[in-house]
Design a protein around this ligand. Structure first.
Ligand code: AMP
Length: 194
C-alpha cells in the first residue's frame, strides 16, 4: 500500500482519544512513507489527521468539492488540494488514488464514505483493503448491528469480514498491508479481537 484514503469526522468531537488517534494515524502513515488521501478539509478530526501527517513529512493529497471549500475550510497548508465540482467526483478521485481505505470516528459523512467503498468491494468493483480504526470502542454498537444483520441472514460473512478492525493505527496498517482479510473468520470472533 502506497496511498491510503482516510475518512473521518469534520467535527472534533468530545473524546480526546479520537483526536489522538487521528494524529497517530497521520504520523504512522508518514513513518511508513505512505501518502495520505483525504477530503481536504481543515476542520475537525480531518485537520488533526492532515496536520500530523504533514508535520511528520508525509505527502498529503486533499480532494474537496468547490461548494465545500468554505464550510470544510479547505486546508491551506496542502500543496496538493484538488478542487472538484461534485461530491461524486471527490469520492471517485479519492478512491482511484488510494490503495486502501481507513475509517476513523466520524459522523454521517464518514459512515457514508466507509459504506460506499465497502459495498463497492462487496460488488467486486475493487479489491483494496478496508480498515476501521475502532478508537475507544466508537464503532462497537455499529459492529453489533452488522453482526445482527449477518445473524438474520441479510449480510454476508465474507463481505463483513473484509473489514479489518483494529484499535491501534500501526497494527491496523500492518494488517492491511499484509492483506490479512478475515474472510475465513466468523464475523463475531473478529469483533472479539479488536
Ligand atoms: P462527517 O463524518 O459527517 O463529519 O463528514 C466527514 C466528511 O465526509 C466531510 O468531508 C463530508 O463532506 C464528507 N461526506 C462524504 N459524503 C457525504 C455525504 N453524503 N453527506 C455528508 N458528508 C459527506
Amino acid at each position: 500500500m502506497h496511498a491510503v484514503c482516510v475518512y473521518c469526522g469534520s467535527s472534533r468531537g468530545q473524546i480526546p482519544a479520537h483526536g489522538a488517534a487521528a494524529s497517530a494515524l497521520g504520523a504512522e502513515l508518514a513513518l511508513r512513507g505512505m501518502t495520505l488521501i483525504y477530503g481536504g478539509g481543515g476542520v475537525g478530526l480531518m485537520r488533526e489527521l492532515a496536520d500530523s501527517a504533514l508535520r511528520a513529512g508525509a505527502r498529503v493529497v486533499g480532494v474537496i468539492p468547490r461548494l465545500l471549500l468554505e464550510r470544510e475550510a479547505g486546508h491551506s497548508a496542502l500543496r496538493e488540494l484538488h478542487v472538484v465540482e461534485s461530491m461524486h467526483e471527490r469520492k471517485r478521485m479519492m478512491a482511484d488514488f488510494a490503495d486502501g481505505f481507513i475509517a476513523l470516528p466520524g459522523g454521517l459523512g464518514t459512515l457514508e464514505e466507509l459504506f460506499e467503498v465497502w459495498t463497492w468491494r462487496q460488488l467486486g468493483y475493487h479489491n483494496k483493503p478496508l480498515g476501521l480504526l475502532n478508537v475507544d470502542g466508537y464503532f462497537d454498537t455499529l459492529l453489533d448491528f452488522l453482526a445482527q444483520g449477518h445473524e438474520q441472514g441479510l449480510m454476508r460473512a465474507d463481505a463483513l469480514g473484509a473489514l479489518i478492525v483494529d484499535r491501534d493505527p500501526a497494527r491496523l496498517l500492518s494488517r492491511m498491508a499484509a492483506a490479512q482479510p478475515l474472510q475465513d473468520d466468523p464475523w463475531w470472533t473478529m469483533r472479539e479481537r479488536v
